[in-house]
Design a protein around this ligand. Structure first.
Ligand code: G1P
Ligand code: ZN
Length: 544
């Protein structure tokens, strides 16, 4: 067959970050750039001969171009079968579902999540392993090492395959199945949740809901599941047609980037329930009429109500949350008498816990929630989880959240991001903080006494791997915390994330405004780290 061997040279910037390799589209468009990474990936993941590979992406600009290249490289790397979403589309959770369902060797997901798309925007590629989850660091590091030694790659020279016709085609001996991107995922959701109860809620003539797909991948999924299968009014899903540039938007479902949805939910006659998902469908934002549910609270409330959802009726094995996520779920784990696992930021750290059945629900403060049904966080799953709770409890979101706080106390929580700051300044800030850590325990600041101050390290209880330097955390004797870390997903400069949490058990103080309640800790964070000084900024770029 016309295999061509192309001479190439390493690119020094191919180390995958928190979630695969993410770069500007223009970087990926450089000659050999994508091919080098794909070859390194195929070489790093083990014997690809006779294996099945799932391929799909969030539909952003360059998605189909990249898929054509990957297909032509997969055939010469010995894969027996490819399963590809029609038009190259698969949400990240659907890709995870399909890898598991068809017992594939793994999957290639093309996405830069919520980062803006289009020729001037971002692109990304990551590899998910057999369990459906992101490749562990041992693999991503091996990919990087190989990418630094690469001298050539192999590719099949042929016409592009069709990504639009559902069905089977062949490239040489390799079978290529183009599948409907939604069906398998929708079936899985129907097996997890109480669809009849949700349908009754959505069709009761009173309940109003809005789902914002933000012009990204979840549109077709949400329309099929919410409107078609569950009977929600047509128009419940807004911005539901995926666009290659996400209509110029920034599909990150949070208070900053989904302002219209937030405004609608806070309007006088606003809907009862609102939700949004991100570019590739793994994040979620949950809103009720007049309330935004923080992702940390959402995880805790889901855990406390998991027995209302058919798939979790038997009980949870444990809850896992990333270190910066608030400790609200810890209280629920304690009352359920199940373990709470604290992991570094990034979904890949949950994979082992889920595989070993040590955790059933997982969550991150960054609008990610999921469970053992797949090995990625899952936006629509979280929305359906909330609908299932609402359908059974027949209460408003506001009442459910308030009752939760009354029972467990409230963890006031905010994250302040300083985006695109100079990398050297960000590093200096962290280094200076790091030097201060040994002196902090026991010190009294603004009335808070420091209990511990360290750089978080994680020992994985399943494979005994160690992850160090996962974020600077300063904990106080009353349970409050300030955490600093640098983003591992940004594509421009550095992003400083400052996470602030205060614990309130006084029933009379549960309903204050978050930023006001946390003001003294916010000021303390600035004086500890010299944020204004190092970043030159007076205010964060994004507050969630
Ligand atoms: C961010 C979030 C993290 C999430 C990741 C991928 O990573 O903070 O929780 O897992 O995106 O969606 P970061 O940029 O902070 O490294
Ligand atoms: Zn995402």
């Amino acid at each position: 067959m016309p295999i061509i061997n192309i001479t190439s040279q390493p690119f020094t910037d191919q180390r995958p970050g928190t979630s695969g390799l993410r770069k500007r589209v223009k970087v990926f468009q450089q000659e050999h750039y994508l091919e080098n990474f794909v070859q390194a990936m195929f070489d790093a993941i083990g014997n690809t001969r006779n294996q099945t590979l799932v391929i799909g992406g969030d539909g952003r600009f360059y998605n189909e171009t990249a898929i054509q290249t990957i297909v032509k490289m997969a055939v010469v790397n010995g894969f027996k079968r490819l399963i590809i979403g029609q038009h190259g589309l698969l949400s990240t959770p659907a890709a995870s579902c399909i890898i598991r369902k068809y017992q594939a060797f793994g999957g290639v997901i093309l996405s830069a999540s919520h980062n803006p798309a289009g020729p001037e925007g971002d692109f990304g590629i990551k590899f998910n392993i057999r369990n459906g989850g992101p490749a562990p660091e041992s693999i991503t590091e091996a990919i990087y090492q190989l990418s630094q030694k690469i001298s050539s790659y192999r590719i099949f020279e042929c016409e592009d395959i069709s990504l639009s016709d559902i069905g089977t085609q062949y490239l040489q001996d390799m079978q290529i199945d183009i599948i409907d991107p939604v069906t398998d995922y929708a079936e899985m959701m129907a097996n997890i949740f109480d669809f009849p109860a949700i349908r009754a809620l959505l069709c009761n003539g009173r309940f109003q809901m809005r789902f914002d797909a933000m012009h990204a991948i979840t549109g077709p999924y949400a329309k099929e599941i919410l409107e078609k299968r569950l009977g929600a009014e047509v128009g419940t899903v807004i911005n539901g047609i995926p666009q290659a540039d996400f209509a110029g938007g920034h599909p990150d479902p949070n208070l900053t980037y989904a302002p219209e949805l937030v405004a609608e939910l806070f309007a006088e006659n606003g809907p009862d329930f609102g939700a949004a998902s991100d570019g590739d469908g793994d994040r979620n934002m949950i809103l009720g009429h007049g309330i935004f549910v923080t992702p940390s609270d959402s995880l805790a409330i889901m855990a406390a109500n998991a027995d209302l959802v058919p798939a979790y009726q038997e009980g949870l094995k444990g809850i896992a949350r990333s270190m910066p996520t608030s400790q609200a779920a810890d209280k629920v784990a304690k009352s359920l008498n199940i373990p709470l696992h604290e992991t570094p930021t990034g979904w890949k750290f949950f994979g082992n816990l889920l595989d070993a059945n040590l955790a059933t629900l997982c969550g991150e403060e960054s609008f990610g929630t999921g469970s053992n049904h797949i090995r990625e966080k899952d936006g629509l799953w979280a929305v359906l989880f909330w609908l299932n709770i609402l359908a059974v409890r027949q209460q408003s979101v506001l009442d459910i959240v308030r009752q939760h706080w009354q029972k467990y106390g409230r963890n006031y929580y905010t994250r302040h991001d300083y985006e695109e700051i100079p990398t050297n300044k960000a590093n200096q800030l962290i280094e200076r903080l790091q030097l201060q850590l040994p002196q902090l325990p026991g010190q009294k600041m603004n009335g808070y006494i420091v209990k511990y101050a360290d750089n978080f390290g994680y020992h994985d209880p399943v494979d005994n791997s160690i992850a160090e330097n996962q974020g600077i955390r300063i904990g106080f004797t009353d349970g409050c915390r300030i955490i600093f870390r640098l983003s591992g997903t940004g594509t421009q400069g550095a992003t400083l994330r400052v996470y602030i949490e205060a614990i309130e058990d006084n029933p009379d103080k549960l309903f204050a405004d978050t930023q006001t309640r946390l003001q003294d800790l916010i000021e303390l964070a600035d004086s500890l780290a010299g944020i204004k000084l190092f970043t030159g900024r007076n205010a964060p770029t994004v507050i969630t």
